[in-house]
Design a protein around this ligand. Structure first.
Ligand code: KG4
Ligand code: ZN
Length: 334
């Protein structure tokens, strides 16, 4: 049995978790900065770094207390190396290195997106080959994993990430940050009324969301010019239907071609209620592929998922070095 203390600080959540054997959560503490960034309509990197500095030791202490242990009792220190905001990442990296130095513990530098994928290991042991739909504020990717910890990007966004599109649409509707949960909720009260074109990226597993975002903007301007009152719920409905169906259609195409043993959703947008509903419905046609939906508690940024991914490196005894540092554009690799 191994206990990993994991630290996450890549964006606007300061988090620490203690995970046993990759899937038992002993504690999972997340301090979110959303209320501060809300005032600015999005994450302000410099403000985020400062808040991480203020919160990191408090969050680590709380995670240890909740798990009823001290740093001595853990076997390794995992941290998010990237991708993310560079100043934010550095806070977590330095906190992890300090603990590792003081308590002579090995370090496990971990990719944030791998963490999102491995959040699904809290539901069920992952089966390979596995397809992951990785959708967050910075990513929209289809990731093929032929085996444990091997990542091949088979589809990517040609422009914006889907979470970014949700956030921008919410901004133009004046419904605040982060946009995903708000649009998700508004869309439920909306109906078919406005028409938005589906993005075209034929013959590939790639996505595109910037055209859709611009169409929403044009729709709002057109209605304003015509003097029509804008029904925000219906705009949210139209946007969400197109965005979700484009994610689902590409994923289903990849499932049909590659026949994975498992499909997992990963990243903040995987909390979307409509996506979960449509994906579950479509996957009924593929009984040989197990669909895993990550629990809502680990969809948004957290450190439990970092501990789950780091567990693979721990088993292989693949440790980091003192030279490792934050990497804001770190890629998933084979
Ligand atoms: O994974 P995450 O917490 O942070 C990044 O790594 O980017 O994802 C945050 C993104 C934001 O863009 C947020 O608007 C989106 O996930 N999101 C959602 C929902 N909840 C969060 N998007 C659509 N529907 C949701 N329910
Ligand atoms: Zn994330």
């Amino acid at each position: 049995m191994a206990k990993i203390l994991a630290i996450e600080s890549s964006c606007d959540e300061t988090a620490c978790a203690i995970i046993e054997d990759g899937h038992v959560v002993l504690s999972n503490v997340v301090s979110t900065q959303i209320d501060t960034h809300k005032q600015f309509g999005g994450v302000v990197p410099e403000v985020a770094s400062r808040l991480h500095v203020e919160k990191i030791s408090i969050v680590i202490k709380e995670a240890l207390e909740k798990a009823g242990m001290s740093v001595q009792d853990v076997d390794a220190i995992a941290y998010t190396k990237g991708p993310g905001l560079i100043g934010s990442l550095h806070v977590g990296v330095q906190a992890a290195k300090t603990l590792a130095l003081m308590y002579k513990k090995p370090m496990l530098p971990t990719n944030h997106m791998a963490g999102h994928i491995y959040a699904n290991a809290f539901v069920k042991e992952l089966k390979f080959p596995l397809l992951a739909l990785v959708i967050s504020g910075g990513h929209s990717q289809l990731v093929w994993m032929k085996e444990e910890y091997s990542f091949e990007i088979i589809g990517d966004t040609l422009d914006d990430a889907v979470g970014e599109a949700y956030d921008k649409v919410s901004r133009v509707l004046g419904t605040g940050y982060p946009g995903g949960p708000v649009i998700d909720k508004l869309a439920k009260q909306g109906k078919e009324h406005y028409f938005l074109k589906t993005p075209k990226t034929d013959g590939t597993y790639d996505f595109s969301f910037s055209g859709l975002k611009s169409s929403v903007l044009q729709l709002i301007q057109r209605e304003e010019k015509l003097g029509n009152p804008l029904v925000k719920e219906d705009v949210a409905f139209a946007f969400q239907e197109v965005a979700i169906h484009s994610l689902v259609d590409k994923t289903v195409a990849a499932i049909r071609d590659k026949k994975p043993a498992m499909l997992v959703l990963a990243g903040g947008v995987s909390a979307n209620s409509r996506l979960r509903e449509v994906m579950a419905e479509k996957m009924q046609a593929f009984p040989e592929t197990d669909l895993i939906l990550p629990p809502l508690s680990v969809c948004m940024d957290n450190a439990a998922m970092i501990g789950a991914a780091a567990w693979v490196a721990w088993q292989r005894q693949e440790f980091g070095t003192w030279e490792d540092s934050a990497d804001s554009s770190m890629e998933l690799s084979v």
